[in-house]
Design a protein around this ligand. Sequence first.
Ligand code: HEC
Ligand code: HEC
Length: 205
Amino acid sequence: MAYKKLKRGLIGALVIGASSAAFAADKPKTMTGASAEMLAVTCAGCHGTNGASAGPATPSIGGISAIYFEEVMVGFKDGSVKNTIMGRIAKGYSDDEIKAMGEYFSKKPFVAAKQDFDAGLAKKGAKLHDKYCEKCHAEGGTSAEDDSGILMGQLIPYLHYTLGDYKAGDREMTKKMKKKVNQMIKKEGDAGFEALFNYYAQGKK
Ligand code: HEC
Ligand code: HEC
């Protein structure tokens, strides 16, 4: 499959913009005085304006839960969440700044990526989602309420990479998610993920 050949690392070649030391004139939200909005300018090159993804291996971050945002950023920082580029980026921000950015992005709308998908597989994926994933990724994976990351509308290559990291143990699943994922693999094999990802690719429930 072509998208599997996409090199995640390539994205790292993009220049990382202005440093977090930039000062905002109004509404300072962090100890350094930089507003979350200013800090977030750096992210747009890859995550798109307002966090609506601009590239295949990059997740959309607008509209995700502030708690999930903080957890995953701290995980990038300490290396417990595998990444290609975010570790270096996250290290440039204080906890305070991460918190402010999390709140900022959580208030942006989540924009589902437009991509091709197989309708037959998506239909099967919807059933698998209800059975194995809906409990924690509510409303067809569209909800940020469970602090578990938004799945619906993420790009298929990103979902593949993330899942690969989980399966390889490079990113830890919660015990309960692991149980469900293993149950699904046992019944459906890896084809189950193909179906699930085509479902998420349709962008709305
Ligand atoms: C050079 C490209 C690039 C830039 C700039 C960038 N990111 Fe990322 N981001 C990525 C990629 C790629 C991933 C997937 C993890 C990885 O491979 O590092 C990611 C993942 C994330 C995630 C996890 C999303 C999820 O659903 O799990 C968050 C949160 C995030 N980035 C926040 C930010 C913030 C905040 C900034 C700006 C301060 C930023 N990123 C700047 C490329 C980038
Ligand atoms: C018992 C709760 C639970 C179940 C069931 C569950 N998950 Fe999760 N999932 C989570 C939590 C919590 C996170 C975020 C934190 C983490 O990495 O563990 C997450 C994160 C994810 C992510 C990463 C999101 C991102 O933006 O990087 C993917 C992909 C994912 N889950 C897929 C699935 C799939 C597919 C299923 C069903 C086969 C599933 N999950 C079932 C709790 C669950």
